[in-house]
Design a protein around this ligand. Structure first.
Ligand SMILES: [Zn+2]
Length: 290
């Protein structure tokens, strides 16, 4: 009985730790695309020797969190994961504009996955658990940014790859160092070949270079042996989701017959982000086979 309550206390602590990390991941998801695009703009200006004034300072820590609608600075209690959202009843305290449900969803998802990692790998030393928490965090941020912007930034995918190689080198890990390195190379090359086949046969770009790097990172973490299963699960779940989205679009199209042609073309042209499916498949394999 004592060990049960002891475990519950520990699980609650892991859950709270996950909420706090989830809150930081939200900052990354919201700010990283802006920081990187600012950097691109700055680089272009430097290259073209444009004498435009320097862009305003903007990083993960500065300026402090504000409401995206009215730009009022948020207080500490408004920034508390989940509680801040519930306290404000999902609306900004100042301008009453609704707060995106994505924020609490990311916090809950991170906390829940951290608990699953802890239950699944509680025989591992704490330092190894931190590495696996890092893997989960990378997958969440990469998926959310790909979903939002259709970009997979190198700073995330390549960092995930290096951390994976490091993990499999200094600990027993999920794969031998050799299998992890082969996994990174095979992950990149396999999607690179699929990309070119698709381009030659259908003259369309089915994947982006970001997908190759993310798949390479998955190989670096779990070893080349698991890449076929990850790709299979990712593709099947992607196809199921695409069919579901198409069905929903058809239903709403029947309802809204006034939808204009331009909008239709835009929807047909829109690419499906692949990172959420690759991440989902990686986690399935991680929790199922390890
Ligand atoms: Zn506001």
């Amino acid at each position: 009985m004592q060990s049960l309550s002891h475990n519950l206390v520990f699980l609650s602590l892991i859950f709270i730790f996950g909420l706090i990390i989830g809150s930081f991941l939200n900052v990354c998801i919201y700010r990283l695309p802006k920081i990187i695009k600012n950097q691109w703009l700055q680089d272009c200006n430097d290259l073209l020797k444009n004498k435009t004034k320097k862009l305003a300072k903007f990083n993960l820590a500065y300026p402090p969190s504000t409401c995206p609608a009215c730009h009022k600075k948020l207080s500490i209690w408004q920034n508390i994961p989940i509680i801040g959202f519930l306290w404000q009843q999902g609306k900004c305290h100042y301008c009453q504009k609704p707060i995106s449900y994505i924020y609490p969803a990311i916090e809950l998802l991170t906390a829940s996955l951290f608990v699953v990692v802890f239950l699944k790998f509680n025989n591992l030393p704490p330092i190894e658990l931190l590495f696996i928490f890092a893997l989960v965090s990378f997958l969440i941020v990469i998926s959310a940014i790909d979903f939002k912007t259709q970009y997979i930034f190198d700073i995330l995918s390549l960092s995930m790859l290096w951390v994976g190689l490091l993990y499999n080198t200094i600990f027993t890990g999920f794969a031998t160092p050799t299998d992890a390195i082969i996994g990174a190379v095979a992950g990149y090359l396999s999607l690179y070949i699929v990309y070119w086949l698709f381009k030659i046969i259908r003259n369309k770009e089915g994947l982006g270079y970001g997908d190759f790097k993310l798949f390479a990172a998955c190989g670096a973490w779990l070893g080349y042996q698991h890449l076929p299963s990850i790709l299979l699960i990712a593709s099947i779940s992607g196809i199921i989701m695409a069919i579901l989205i198409l069905m929903i679009k058809k239903i709403t199209k029947v309802k809204k017959s006034t939808e204009n042609k331009e909008n239709k073309e835009r929807l047909q042209d829109s690419k499906i982000p692949f990172a959420p499916y690759l991440s989902f498949a990686t986690l399935i394999i991680l929790f199922w086979l390890f």
